[in-house]
Every structure is written in C-alpha cells, then in structure tokens.
Unconditional design. Structure first.
Length: 331
C-alpha cells in the first residue's frame, strides 16, 4: 500500500486542530501537530511547540516543513475573541500569509488546506443559504481578518505558488469546545453545579438560528479534501439547516440532567446582530458534497452529548490556547 505521506496540522492542539490531527492519524498517516501549547494526543500524532501567532521568524516554520516533508499542511490557526482588530489580524491574517510563504518556498508542492469561516461571507437573508456564490462581504472584524487569510491562500494558488483550498465551516460544536463559546460557558456552569442544587442560566442572545456542525464532521471534510481534486476552491461546511440557538442550549441542559432553567432578557432579544454575524445562518453544502463526497454524519444530539461527556470526564482540560482556532460563537 502506498504511503499517503505525512501531515502537518498548524494549531494542532486547538479545538479544530486536535480533531483534524486525530482524524488524519486514524487513517494511518503520521501527523505533526504544531501549536504554542502542545498536548498529548492519539498514536501517530507528534507535537511540536511553536507560537505561530507572534513575531517568531517564519523561517523556522519553513525549516520544520522541509525537515518533515509533509504531503499535506493544514492551517487551523485562528482566533475570534481578541482585544482589537490588530490582534485578530496578527493571528488570522498574518499567520496565514506566513504559512503560504513557508509552503511556497518548499522545493515541492504539498496540499495546503486553510480553515476559514462562513463569516467571511455577507449575511444571507432569512431563509436563504450561504454558499460559494454569496458575496465575500464580512460584517465583523473576525470575518474580515479571516477573509484576508483565505485570500492569501487562494491568490497564491491562482499564481501557481501553492496547491491550496479553503474550507469554511459554520458554527462548530462538539467535544473540546472552548469555554468562551456559548455552549462551552453553559457546559461549564452546569458542570459546576452542586448536587441537589438548581440554577437559572442567562447565557445571552438565544433568539437567532444557526447552522451548527460537529467538529468531527469538519475534521472528516478536511481529510477528504486532502486527497480530492480541489485546487483554488472555497468549500463551505455545515449541516445545511438553521437551528434555533435556544434549542442547542436546552438540549445541553437536558443531556446534563441538571435542574437548570434557561432565561433570556427582553433587551438581549432586541439586539439585531452580534459580533459573529446576523441572526440567521444556513449553509449550502452542495459544493462539499460534490467535490469531496462528504456530508455531515454526527447528529446535534450526539454532538451535545459528546461535549457534555468530555466536559465532565476526569482530567479534562477546558481552555483552548489563545491563537488556536475556536468555534465561532453563535451569539
């Protein structure tokens, strides 16, 4: 059997990155996970400490790539919560540009898969899905900085410098979700309840509808893209359905078995749009189905249950290191 080649996952200990690394390892590939705060992972995943979101010389990344000689490089570095747009630009834009330069300088051409976000597109009207034809007009600093990173990959691909593609997931949920995400905060609060107690949860804005996708489905799409004949393309990822945000929160409460009540204030309901986008998000996943032979397979019920089980298992490390790609917060 032909060796499909090594894989380097940048941001490999983040929420998305660690699942992507595990998915590649499950196929038998050797994986190097590069991150600021390495964690132990599954068999066949090695870890390297490197802070890709600082002014560390990009030449070091180039040396690592030359030494490892990967067949696939996945850029899963990104951040949504930052103090200002400059910090977002450093992580989401500049790091992506440095990755492009590092890959382009190699004496051969590995696959470069960049993890963007559907928030690089303009919000779609109620009832309309976001797809490849949706204008790239992000309304948030997060979306703008991520779009510049994606364009660095697509422009370099168009110039023949790299063999790249951009995957744009919607709102990612599942085991290992960050504590500063909506479901992460709710899970932490539920996990901290004392036995026999009760609590009123006020998680914020819940009246919107979002397209939630499990992190393991995203990882499966990345693995599929590694061998698919897709170059210079944008591939939106989601479940293809807009689900009430409140339903996900109530689903998590039900799975936890905790006597909690979810409340939303009138003031919070009247906010027309949040940092991450408008109050409606549904993704057209036909491009991923056609080009990758992929479709989501993890139900939202399974996603929420796995999230809770990991959150409450002994030894769980909850925070996602800063600068490593968390899921976009759906509110």
């Amino acid at each position: 059997m032909t060796d499909p080649g090594r894989v380097v996952v940048l941001g490999g200990s983040g929420f998305l990155g660690r699942h992507i690394a595990a998915a590649f390892a499950a196929t038998g590939r050797e994986v190097l996970a590069v991150s600021r705060n390495p964690r132990s992972g599954p068999h066949r995943v090695r870890h390297l400490a490197m802070d890709l979101c600082t002014e560390e010389p990009p030449q070091r990344l180039g040396r690592v790539l030359r030494d490892v000689h990967p067949a696939v490089v996945v850029n899963a570095v990104g951040v949504i919560w930052a103090a200002d747009e400059r910090a977002l630009a450093q992580t989401n834009t500049r790091t992506a540009q440095q990755v492009v330069e590092g890959v382009a300088a190699l004496p051969y051409r590995p696959r470069l898969l960049h993890i963007g976000t559907v928030y690089e597109h303009a919000p779609s009207p109620l009832g309309k899905a976001t797809g490849v034809d949706t204008p790239e007009l992000p309304i948030s600093a997060y979306g703008r900085t991520k779009l510049l990173g994606s364009r660095a990959v697509l422009n370099a691909t168009a110039d023949g410098r790299v063999d790249g593609a951009v995957l744009r997931p919607s709102v990612v949920v599942g085991p290992g979700i960050a504590s500063h995400s909506l479901l992460g905060r709710v899970a932490d609060e539920l996990a901290g309840m004392r036995e026999g107690g009760s609590v009123v949860l006020r998680p914020g804005h819940l009246s919107g509808r979002r397209d939630f996708i499990d992190v393991r489905d995203v990882a499966a799409a990345v693995v599929a893209a590694a061998s698919a004949m897709v170059t210079g393309q944008v591939i939106p990822l989601g479940r293809g359905e807009a689900v009430p945000v409140r339903r996900l929160v109530e689903m998590l409460v039900a799975v936890s078995g905790m006597p909690a009540v979810v409340e939303e204030t009138v003031q919070e309901r009247t906010v027309p749009a949040r940092r991450s986008g408008a109050d409606w998000l549904c993704v057209d996943i036909s491009t991923a189905q056609r080009t990758l032979g992929w479709r989501p397979s993890v139900s939202l019920e399974d996603s929420v249950r796995s999230l809770w089980e990991e959150r409450t298992s002994p030894g769980t490390t909850r925070p996602v290191p800063a600068g490593e790609h968390p899921a976009p917060r759906p509110a």
